[in-house]
Design a protein around this ligand. Structure first.
Ligand SMILES: [Zn+2]
Length: 418
């Protein structure tokens, strides 16, 4: 399937067309976007915007969930996981009249806001008849470096150009991750063919040294870009009988079967369910680091914002504290302190739970006493803070506990879950 993701890059370049109104969820304060993950200034961070097509108003929860899944994949994929502070994630909830998208080969047509469709002939290719509307919807977010259009259909498919279209297949998060390898890292595809239908499976490369960090046509050690990662004695080219994780030069890459080399047998840029190879990962890391700074180690970056369509209606407030993915502390045991002080909360109970729902710490809340819960926990464990209050919860939004870990107050806020 990978083949379709780079076939149509040229077609998807389009002019911006203003004035068309895309129907999107608008917040009470007039915002037409939701901040999913915020790590800092849009000038500095890599801003990813997710928009959806074929999601009705009633299906916006599904769209939100899918954005969360994409982020979770990044959170779990090295090296993104190492420097999540590089990203801001935004979403614009585009409302379609009908659910699903056109499937032209089957004569199925849906009235959707961004007019996405599966192609009639290349049936796994997904595009939009109106890419400028996708661009407009994305432009409602504060900034974008990459735009992903999620279409409400689980049939595998997509296309990548200046916009990336993906279906919501259960593993679509890997597409997002792979495409970021291109966008953010200028990495090349490491697979052997371009169309991959049998017509171009055995092409040979005769050009010069490719500029991308993860391909070479050089076969002598001194000339290979990643020579410092190659152990003495590794056969060059590196081939059958050698352990697939060995860094060397493996023939095939950049859509050529012969004459082009990659560094390890497999890589996320070759098989998107595999991890990034060492060469790709070390190329990406400084690009991510340049978007973070030393005070910028973020602990809350996997947190999802509240869904835009619901309001607080119960006297139970909760915040989720995600695993500390870029934690600077070596020891797995760390001291957490959650603190919150707000005159609107005068009585009740505050509890911290682990992912199994077990209470790990608690405190009675009383007037004049601020909430301060201190406990020792695992830095990779996920904790949630809940406050059960007898106060009327409506109107208690905007509360932000602070979190201190090993005496270091963490930047950023926990976001309230609804
Ligand atoms: Zn690679």
């Amino acid at each position: 399937m990978k083949k379709y993701f780079f076939l149509f890059t040229g077609i998807l370049l389009f002019p911006f067309r203003g004035n068309a109104a895309v129907d999107v969820v608008t917040h009470p304060d007039g915002r037409r976007y939701t901040q999913v993950v915020f790590n800092g200034s849009i000038d500095r961070k890599y801003d990813i915007v997710f928009i959806g097509d074929g999601f009705t108003l009633a299906e916006q929860g599904l769209f939100n969930k899918k954005v969360g899944e994409a982020w979770k994949t990044l959170c779990e994929t090295y090296p993104w996981s190492e420097r999540l502070c590089a990203f801001n994630i935004w979403q614009v909830n585009v409302i379609s009249e009908q659910s699903g998208v056109d499937r032209r080969a089957e004569g199925i047509y849906r009235n959707t806001e961004l007019n996405c469709y599966y192609d009639a002939i290349t049936t796994r290719l997904i595009q939009s008849e109106t890419p400028w509307l996708c661009q407009e919807a994305a432009s409602y977010a504060p900034a974008y470096d990459a735009i992903f259009v999620l279409v409400n259909d689980t049939t595998w498919g997509g296309a990548a150009g200046s916009l990336v279209f993906c279906s919501i297949n259960p593993k679509f998060g890997f597409i997002v991750s792979h495409e970021l390898g291109h966008f953010l890292g200028d990495l090349a595809d490491e697979y052997d063919c371009y169309v991959c239908d049998g017509s171009d499976d055995n092409r040979s490369y005769f050009g010069g040294e490719p500029w991308e960090a993860n391909l070479t046509n050089k076969k002598t050690l001194a000339e290979i870009k990643w020579k410092d990662l190659i152990n003495p004695g590794t056969p060059l080219p590196t081939g059958p009988g050698v352990s697939p994780g060995t860094v060397g030069i493996w023939e095939g890459g950049g859509y050529y079967r012969f004459g082009m080399y990659r560094s390890q047998f497999d890589c996320h840029m070759r098989s998107r369910y595999k991890p990034f190879c060492q060469v790709c990962a070390r190329h990406l890391l400084p690009k991510l680091e340049s978007r973070c700074d030393s005070t910028d180690i973020r602990f809350f970056t996997c947190q999802l914002s509240a869904l835009p369509l619901r309001k607080i209606s119960r006297p139970r407030l909760s915040w989720k504290f995600p695993p500390c993915l870029s934690c600077p502390f070596e020891d797995p045991l760390v001291r957490f302190i959650f603190e919150l002080s707000d005159p609107r909360i005068q009585s009740g109970q505050a509890v911290v739970r682990n992912t199994r729902g077990e209470i790990v710490a608690q405190q009675e809340v009383s007037e004049r006493q601020k909430i301060r819960i201190s406990f020792e926990g695992l830095r990779f464990e996920e904790y949630s803070l809940e406050i059960h209050t007898t106060e009327q919860a409506a109107g208690l939004n905007g509360l932000n506990p602070t979190v201190t870990i090993n005496g270091k107050e963490m930047a950023g806020n926990l976001r309230q879950m609804f």
